[in-house]
Design a protein around this ligand. Structure first.
Ligand code: 4GS
Length: 244
């Protein structure tokens, strides 16, 4: 997967692209992250990329020309999508992350100021995506969220391929509680079942915990999960759970 980031602040991605799971994925060649400095494509003598909004109002708007030329500074692959990060977009979900992870190239356009000239969006953007209902200073943090969540689904990026299946949302439920050594800390003891060695009981306990947490915090996900088809083992555990 190749991520192309169109941004005014490429330096924001330096440590992001070098550390932890994303850094390893880049070094192992599973993903590529390349930043394009939009300002390098400005045709104005002061390298400006924005101007005042037609119709008046506060703030500045990013102009079409620098964005368009920055985007076309490299050939765009066949299996690519241009995504504009914006609060106006559909909120990013696990299903969308799965869909994006199946592409070969993602071009992520990071806006600043009040936004981007609508003609750029209408002509070049395939999809607007939001990471949540709040306003950020720039689209860069949102782009990092997309790169991080999509990269975790690329084969080879996570050591344990099943790890991502157990995580919140992947199973359709929020994650069960996690514990590690010591078994007792400040008189707080790890649930005995987790130390029983009984894998069937542990698996059932984890499912019940995930169901209970999801039921309280995200009843929408809980209801959707209960409506879905599941494998025989999960169906058996759900039957046991619903009897309690
Ligand atoms: N929420 C968001 N999800 O994606 N982008 C988001 C965002 O707030 N972008 C800013 C909006 C104001 N202009 C600068 C960028």
């Amino acid at each position: 997967m190749k991520f192309r980031i169109l941004t005014l602040f490429p330096e924001q991605f330096d440590s992001f692209a070098q550390t932890s799971i994303i850094g390893n994925a880049v070094r192992d060649g599973h993903i590529e992250i390349s930043c394009t400095q939009i300002r390098d494509y400005s045709e104005s003598k002061h390298r400006s990329v924005d101007d005042a909004p037609f119709g008046g109002g506060q703030g500045m708007v990013m102009q079409v020309q620098p964005l368009k030329d920055a985007m076309h500074s490299e050939p765009i692959g066949e299996n690519a999508k241009v995504i504009y990060l914006s609060p106006r977009g559909k909120t990013l979900t696990h299903d969308k992350v799965v869909e994006l992870s199946e592409l070969a190239e993602l071009i992520l356009v990071c806006g600043h100021y009040e936004g981007v000239d609508q003609r750029f969006i209408d002509t070049y953007v395939d999809e607007e995506i939001s990471i949540g209902d709040y306003v950020l200073t720039g689209g860069e943090l949102a782009a990092m969220v997309v790169v991080d969540s999509v990269s975790r689904l690329i084969p080879g990026v996570l050591r344990d391929a099943n790890a991502s299946l157990d995580e919140s949302f992947a199973s359709g439920l929020l994650e069960y509680p996690h514990y590690t050594r010591p078994a007792i800390y400040d008189e707080m003891e790890v649930p005995a079942v987790l130390r029983s060695g009984n894998h069937a009981e542990i698996e059932y306990w984890r499912l019940v915990q995930a169901l209970e947490i999801t039921k309280v915090r995200r009843p929408d996900l809980y209801n959707a999960f209960m409506k879905h088809e599941h494998d025989e083992k999960t169906r058996r555990m759900l039957k046991k759970y619903l009897k309690t």
